[in-house]
Ligand binder design. Structure first.
Ligand code: DX5
Ligand code: ZN
Length: 220
């Protein structure tokens, strides 16, 4: 049995009401809350950082799945751990020299390590991080160029998901960007089990139905 983790992207929520939006998503069936941390440098957008995670943590016990779209992920390990982050997913493109150190820091601080790949990064580049004696526990395959919600799903990224699933049957594989009722079947069939969805969930009239449809596609 595959376990689905449905993670609404809080980037599509009303940031001025973050606590109640988080509570609402958990009530409507979400497993995780996906938190997009952008530094205005790795991506051309600026969102939130450790202070907002710390504030939100006071209002929820939910798993905070933090996606670090920043140039210097190592600098965020300690502040985010203190703030109460659960998962810490850094981008491989900026971590080629120090991923071992980053993973070690994340685990030492009690968070769960993941690594993310932009659409242009070949999947083979992530294998050493999964095969390492101190491995990442999740790989995030981006299905849009990181930076903004509401973009179009890139189906050609499913080759990467398939290759990863074939090689690592038990790995958590997350997809992020353009996921919703019309694209989930492709992602689930390729082997993704952690599903980030921003605009499709927050833009829906019945977000609970979208969340349960995503789950059904993954779990069968
Ligand atoms: C994009 C972010 C995503 C984004 C997804 O850079 O990493 O998490 O919020 O939003 P949708 O689901 O609208 O593509
Ligand atoms: Zn994200």
């Amino acid at each position: 049995v595959v376990t689905a983790k449905i993670a609404p992207s809080m980037l599509s929520s009303d940031f001025a009401n973050l606590a109640s939006e988080a509570e609402r998503m958990i009530r409507l069936g979400a497993d995780w809350l996906h938190m997009d941390i952008m530094d205005g440098h790795f991506v051309p957008n600026l969102t939130i950082g450790a202070p907002v995670i710390e504030s939100l943590r006071k209002h929820t016990k939910a798993y905070l799945d933090c996606h670090l779209m920043v140039t210097n992920p190592i600098d965020y390990v300690e502040p985010l751990a203190k703030a109460g982050a659960s998962g810490f997913t850094f981008h491989l493109e900026v971590s080629k020299e120090n991923w071992k150190e980053i993973i070690q820091g994340i685990k030492l601080k009690g968070m769960r390590p993941g690594v993310a790949l932009k659409p242009g990064t070949p999947i083979e580049e992530v294998y050493p991080l999964v095969e390492s004696e101190n491995p990442v526990e999740m790989v995030l395959v981006m299905t849009v160029e990181p930076g903004f919600g509401g973009q179009k799903f890139m189906p050609e990224m499913m080759d990467k998901v398939r290759a990863l699933r074939k090689k690592f049957p038990h790995l958590d594989i997350e997809v992020d960007g353009g996921l919703g009722p019309s694209t989930i079947d492709a992602a689930a069939a390729a082997g993704a089990n952690c599903i980030v969805a921003g605009s499709s969930v927050f833009g829906a009239e019945e977000p609970a139905q979208v969340i349960s449809a995503l789950r059904k596609s993954v779990e069968g």
